[in-house]
Design a protein around this ligand. Sequence first.
Ligand code: PBG
Length: 336
Amino acid sequence: MRLPGYVLGAYPRTRLRRNRRDEWSRRLVAEHVLTAADLIWPVFVHDEDSSVPIASMPGVARMGERQLVDAAGAARDLGIPAIALFPATDPARKSAGGEEAWNEANLICRSVAALKRGVPGIGVMCDVALDPFTSHGHDGLVRNDYVVNDETVEALIRQSLAQARAGCDMLAPSDMMDGRIGAIRQALDAAGFEHVRIMSYAAKYASGFYGPFRDAIGSKRSSSAPLDKRGYQMDPANSDEALREVAFDLEEGADMVMVKPGLPYLDIIRRVKESFQVPTYAYQVSGEYAMLRGAVDQGWVDDRVVLESLLCFKRAGADGVLTYFAVEAAKRLKAG
Ligand code: PBG
């Protein structure tokens, strides 16, 4: 785009540093702003009455129900609109078919119910995917070494309905099966859950940045080879394909869409926002958190990278960010 000359100006009459000279004028010309209302806080829950730190995510812990309710209350009071729950399921409850996912008394359903009872005013979001519940760690059902689509979608519908019955406000299908948004939407509506929102992990890439998350929920392979999800998650080489994924999910009834991972995929966020003008979110994933946290804790970078990285999502076009830094960021924003 060629800007007209009067906007460009010319040195020395125009000096762009003038606006940057003082705090007040920097604030006045700021094009984007990060607030606590832009943040969604992903948390890990387990079936113990304790907080247990996650080694690869310093500062993040698996929480029991009591710790979860306290932490969610504090997050709400800081202005964080929503919390996303991820269960570290007891390995004894995992199976190849992932049936625990639709057990209405499972950890995730109990956690949702506890939050709805104990912490009014915060949105509760649940992932829809089988990986916390399958013995093999895949997001879907495996037949002949392949994660099958349509049969998995049937399982995801069961999981979605169980979570909606528990009181979940927003479902977030993260499985990348084809057609799951429409199928889940239809099942929700038929069961009287037409108000339950869907934020689809629309453009989710097969990424190495999910490593610490798989640690956190205990879905990591014990053998050395990392779990290969390239048969359903997107190829990091692709960008046009992300727009098709988003278009499908919107067509099928998604209320909000997400791009994941975050910082290495800002170009995708920008394209999605420009193409569709719908509520668009980024997920600053576990590996990104671990890198930033680790470097900050070592003193290798200043801790202002936390707010800087989150603001960059807003500048790229995101309406909000799922981030493990949510509480820390909200506290910093409050402190000014
Ligand atoms: C599960 C799921 C994953 C994440 C969110 N939901 C992991 C995966 O797809 O393997 C990753 C989140 C993170 O790394 O912070 N479907």
